[in-house]
Design a protein around this ligand. Structure first.
Ligand code: PEP
Length: 246
C-alpha cells in the first residue's frame, strides 16, 4: 500500500503576511484529511516561519531546491542539512523551472537527489517532457533518461527512498492538465523503469491540478497524489485536493 501524498509548491510567491494567512487558512479548514500525507514547499526565507506555524499540525514542510554541497564557500547556496535543521522533511529536485531557467542538467539533479538523501530529506524528483517533445513522441524517452540519470547515480534503492513527480512541462501553470489516462500511461512507464522497486515508490502527477481535476487523476492506479503549484496558494483549493487524495 502506498500512502497518498499531496505536496504544494509555492514557488517564488508570498510574503510574511500572506504566508501567515495562507497557513492560517490551511489549518482552520483542515478537516477530512486523515490518510494522505501533506507538505508545502515554501521559499527559503519563510521556512522558519512555516515550521513554527505548522508545528503540531499534520502538514509537513519542504524546500524547493538545495545545494549539492554540504557546507563551505558556496555563496548563495543552501545545504540539505540546513533545511533539515530548520524543520524541512522534503525537498524538490529537478523542477522543470530549475532545469530550464537555471540550466540544471540531469547529472546535477542526480547529485542533488543524493545530497537530499544524505541530509535525511525526502527528495521529490520532478521529471517531464515539453510540448515539443510530446508532439515528437519523445515523452517516454525524455522521462526515462531523466529518471535513469538518478538511478545510475543513487541506485534503485536510493530512488526508492524518494518520491517521483511526473510533471509534463506543457501542463505547468498553463491550465492544461494531462487527462487521467495520459498521466496514468507515463506513471505506469515510470514504475516499469524503476523495476523491482517500482511498486513501492510514490509517483505524483503535477501540472495545473485543481480540485475539479484531482479526483479523476487520483482514481488512476499508478497516481499516488499530486504536486500542486498555483492551486496550493489558495487554502480552500489545496485542502480540497488533499481531501480528494484520501
Ligand atoms: C508545479 O510548479 O510543480 C506545478 C505543478 O504548478 P501548477 O500546479 O501551477 O501547474
Amino acid at each position: 500500500m502506498r500512502r497518498p501524498i499531496v505536496i504544494g509548491n509555492w514557488k517564488m510567491n508570498g510574503d510574511s503576511v500572506s504566508i501567515r494567512d495562507l497557513l492560517g487558512g490551511l489549518t482552520s479548514q483542515w478537516s477530512g484529511v486523515h490518510q494522505a500525507e501533506v507538505a508545502v514547499c515554501a521559499p527559503y526565507p519563510y521556512l522558519g516561519l512555516c515550521a513554527d506555524q505548522l508545528e503540531n499540525t499534520n502538514i509537513g514542510l519542504g524546500a524547493q531546491d538545495l545545494s549539492v554541497q554540504s557546507s563551505g564557500a558556496y555563496t548563495g547556496e543552501v545545504a540539505g542539512q540546513m533545511l533539515t535543521d530548520v524543520g524541512c522533511g522534503y525537498v524538490l529536485v529537478g523542477h522543470s523551472e530549475r532545469r530550464e531557467y537555471h540550466a540544471e542538467s540531469s547529472e546535477l539533479v542526480a547529485n542533488k537527489f543524493q545530497a537530499a538523501l544524505d541530509a535525511g530529506l525526502i527528495p521529490v524528483l520532478c521529471v517531464g517532457e515539453t510540448l515539443e517533445e510530446r508532439e515528437a513522441e519523445k515523452t517516454y524517452d525524455v522521462v526515462g533518461k531523466q529518471l535513469l540519470a538518478v538511478v545510475e547515480h543513487c541506485g534503485l534503492a536510493g530512488v526508492a527512498k524518494g518520491i517521483v513527480a511526473y510533471e509534463p512541462v506543457w501542463a505547468i501553470g498553463t491550465g492544461k492538465t494531462a487527462t487521467p489516462e495520459m498521466a496514468q500511461d507515463v506513471h505506469s512507464y515510470i514504475r516499469e523503469v524503476l523495476g523491482p522497486e517500482g511498486d513501492q515508490v510514490r509517483i505524483l502527477y503535477g501540472g495545473s491540478v485543481k480540485p475539479e481535476t484531482a479526483e479523476g487523476l487520483f482514481s488512476q492506479k499508478d497516481i499516488d497524489g499530486a504536486l500542486v503549484g498555483g492551486a496550493s496558494l489558495q487554502a480552500g483549493d489545496f485542502v480540497a485536493i488533499c481531501r480528494a487524495a484520501e
